[in-house]
Ligand binder design. Structure first.
Ligand SMILES: Cc1cc2nc3c(=O)[nH]c(=O)nc-3n(C[C@H](O)[C@H](O)[C@H](O)COP(=O)(O)OP(=O)(O)OC[C@H]3O[C@@H](n4cnc5c(N)ncnc54)[C@H](O)[C@@H]3O)c2cc1C
Length: 479
């Protein structure tokens, strides 16, 4: 217990909810940080046994001005679930209930339901929940809603926000609220449902969500193709969209990412085409529609790619995925630290982004590997460096700054799916005007007058927090 000012409130909380509050150092330690490895002090961990306890926790936190960080799977990559200001961590990860309404094509899920479990439950009833973050096995719907999580299928299917019909939860003051209803249409009043989506746990606590499902695709087809250059690969994505062929997945890997995957597998992806950039394309839908689009994809790739492999069945599709699965972890051969940015640019400017990252890599003498979801312009730009090398660390920081400037100049955004948290606060004011930030801060003040919910996120200047975190290593670091 490091913050004496929260001691009294924590004692009161333990009296009220003795079975739900933990304060042992070993119990608190895993909740001091999230996937960003930015670690802070935790004063108490709360695992509510009943929904009404959440309201009680927030009421007490308000009375004593104790910060509360809501937590799902703790996989945030930006520090949005790291308890920056100490206080209490409200862990909802064990609230995992899922109920699929087959007739209505909806799923009502508790905040801690894992994305993979929601997908499985939907598919068991012939439906499909498309958002598919790579963290689907351990990230929760509460966290996905709070960060408006994306994934590989965004180009065709959109992101988490596009699937939420209704939310239930608590205001920071502890009052229970429902935003919209489990209906296909809703137009009664301000849309606080969408305001909570992407608010990174700063405006309310989500307890339950009703999600829209879509019919499960009856057919799927996968192809991997390599190209002479990144520009050539990305031109084909543009061409597909111009011809209104919208793959469910269009993953792009630049030459650095492909080389990483090749080193990890010990083999060339395409014999004689070492380190060539690739596109991994997946089509899904009705079999006749998939076949029609397949012909168009083959016609386009036939004119532009150096080589390709089509998957004849699910096993072959899985082996084509190997390059994408292996590349990210294999980047740690290029440095022991990675700044993984998740920028988005307009489809027609993707080429410019990749050309820029190549030049940036040369200018800063750092490996930069880019892969990502070319169907929606969302690229993971991975800047690799060695932590203990001061010049490299400084160059990596400068590279991120230049990248963000370029992305905004291209008409893009600094985050497509990871959110702002703490890591991207230095760039928030580059993307938003003072008037926009003032409006957001006014909303925060109105809903959370004591500023208890996840304080410090989104708006805190980097200079304020950069010297506070303690770095730790997480299990998925080198995967
Ligand atoms: C290996 C790896 C791969 C990843 N791949 C992707 C990807 O493909 N796409 C993508 O979008 N992200 C990805 N992420 C990032 C991360 O998984 C997402 O940001 C995810 O949405 C976080 O969910 P979580 O349950 O872990 O939330 P947490 O990390 O626990 O919390 C994230 C934020 O949500 C808030 N929050 C959590 N639950 C609630 C709730 N019930 N009510 C209100 N606020 C809440 C927290 O306060 C915090 O601000 C990846 C992360 C890792 C480690």
């Amino acid at each position: 217990m490091e913050n004496p000012s929260f001691q009294k409130a924590t004692d009161l909380l333990k009296e009220k909810l003795p079975d739900s509050v933990m304060t042992g150092p070993d119990e608190l330690a895993p909740y001091a940080y999230d996937g960003s490895k930015l670690a802070f002090t935790v004063d108490a961990l709360i695992r509510p046994q009943k929904e009404s306890e959440i309201g009680q926790v927030l009421e007490l936190a308000n009375e004593h001005k104790v910060p509360v960080t809501v937590r799902g799977g703790g996989s945030s990559l930006t520090g949005s679930a790291s308890p920056f200001s100490g206080g209490w961590v409200l862990d909802l990860s064990s609230w995992e209930g899922i109920s699929v309404n087959r007739a209505a094509g909806m799923a009502t899920v508790q905040a801690g339901a894992k994305i993979a479990d929601i997908q499985k439950a939907a598919e068991a009833e012939g439906w499909f929940y498309p958002p598919d973050p790579s963290s689907h096995r351990y990230s929760t719907i509460g966290g996905n809603l709070a960060c408006n999580a994306g994934g590989m299928r965004g180009g065709k299917y959109g992101v988490t926000r596009d699937y939420v019909l209704a939310l239930r939860g608590f205001l920071p003051t502890g009052e229970a609220v429902r935003w919209a209803r489990p209906l296909r249409k809703y137009a009664a009043g301000y849309n606080f449902r969408d305001l909570w989506v992407g608010s990174e746990g700063t405006l309310g606590v989500i307890v339950e969500a009703t999600l829209r499902l879509v019919p499960k695709p009856k057919a799927r087809w996968t192809i991997l193709a390599c190209f002479e250059s990144e520009a050539k690969a990305l031109d084909q994505v543009k061409l597909l969209w111009e011809q209104q062929v919208i793959p469910s997945i269009t993953e792009f890997l630049d030459r650095e990412s492909v080389s990483c995957a090749e080193r990890a597998t010990g083999a060339e992806i395409f014999a004689g085409q070492k380190g060539r950039p690739v596109l991994l394309i997946e089509l899904d839908g009705h079999p006749a529609a998939v076949e029609e689009d397949r012909q168009q994809v083959l016609a386009i790739l036939g004119k532009s790619s150096l080589a390709w492999k089509e998957a004849a069945d699910e096993n072959e599709a899985q082996s084509l995925w190997e390059v994408r699965r292996k590349c990210s972890g294999a980047m740690f051969e290029l440095g022991d630290a990675k700044l993984n940015e998740d920028v988005v640019v307009p489809l027609e400017r993707e080429r410019e982004l990749i050309e820029f990252t190549r030049a940036l890599s040369q200018e800063k003498s750092l490996p930069i590997a880019v892969f990502g979801h070319a169907g929606d312009g969302n690229f993971h730009v991975n800047i690799m460096f060695y932590r203990d090398h001061p010049e490299q660390s400084a160059n990596a920081e400068e590279a991120v700054q230049s990248l963000m400037e370029k992305v905004l100049q291209l008409g893009g955004t600094i985050s497509g799916e990871h959110g702002i948290g703490l890591a991207k606060t230095p760039f928030f004011a580059m993307e938003h005007s003072p008037a926009e930030i003032k409006a957001m801060e006014a909303v925060k003040k109105a809903l959370d007058p004591q500023g208890i919910l996840n304080p410090g996120k989104l708006f805190t200047p980097y200079e304020v927090w950069r010297h506070r975190p303690v770095k730790v290593r997480l299990p998925w670091d080198h995967k």
